[in-house]
Design a protein around this ligand. Structure first.
Ligand code: HEC
Length: 223
């Protein structure tokens, strides 16, 4: 048995006797048992706050996860095409198309016609009647001879469209010109059924029998 002094701790052997001034360091911490991992409470609070903020952020800026919000660069027209529309909107859109194809060359895109040649549809006392009975006839079979529109006389001819345009086309174009707010017009819509009744009732006249203003004025504007 040695008489040399021993370290007071059992885990550390006594320093070798050859290094007498070596002082034993502090004892290392006892190893923990088990697998417990301690998270500081402030970290939990920071995470919680961040999650809360993120939820609010997505709520306010997420657009309800609506795909239209997340599809960038779409044209308004594309979006409108996917939005369900009323029957009147559909008729108006179709009417604009028919007008641009079949009528605007003479009556002009702005509906003002050409002085001395083509009468105006914008503000026209023929277009803005209570019912469309006369203008349906004009579009079906055309017209010729003198006509007074808003007090101004024209004497020319308009072609018939009975063969080219369907009841729906005619209803659409007349709905478009009667209700065209850009032209200051605000008269009621025309339905394909109204066109069909007149198309059938006037079929016997023959396609190339244009109306005259005098004849049309004997027909009530509305049934
Ligand atoms: C080739 C030129 C021409 C085209 C195309 C034409 N029109 Fe006309 N339209 C006329 C002329 C000319 C008159 C007047 C006829 C007359 O002098 O008797 C007229 C008269 C009218 C009138 C009654 C008068 C008025 O100004 O309100 C209406 C309504 C009308 N057109 C609607 C239409 C519609 C709708 C279309 C397309 C489907 C159309 N027109 C296409 C030349 C045209």
């Amino acid at each position: 048995m040695s008489l040399e002094p021993r370290s007071t701790t059992s885990s550390h052997p006594a320093p070798p006797a050859t290094v007498p001034d070596l002082v034993p360091g502090p004892e290392p911490a006892e190893p923990r048992t088990g697998t417990a991992f301690y998270t500081p409470i402030w970290l939990v609070a920071v995470f919680g706050a961040a999650l809360y903020w993120a939820t609010l952020y997505v709520d306010r800026h997420g657009g309800g996860f609506n795909p239209m919000v997340f599809t960038p660069g779409e044209l308004l027209a594309d979006v409108e095409a996917r939005v369900p529309r009323s029957e009147a909107d559909v008729l108006l859109a179709k009417g604009r198309q028919v007008y641009n194809t079949y009528c605007s060359a003479c009556h002009q895109p702005n509906g003002r016609g050409t002085p001395g040649q083509f009468p105006p549809l914008a503000g026209s006392d023929w277009v803005l009647t209570e019912g469309p009975n006369r203008i349906i006839r004009i579009v079906l079979d055309g017209m010729q001879g003198p006509i007074t529109v808003n007090g101004v006389e024209f004497n020319n001819a308009m072609l018939p469209w009975r063969e080219q345009l369907t009841d729906e086309d005619i209803a659409a174009v007349l709905t478009f010109i009667r209700g065209n707010k850009d032209w200051g017009n605000n008269a009621g819509p025309v339905s394909p059924a109204q066109v069909k009744v007149i198309r059938d009732a006037t079929a016997a006249r023959g396609t190339f029998t244009p109306w005259t203003a005098a004849e049309l004025l004997t027909i009530p504007v509305k049934d």
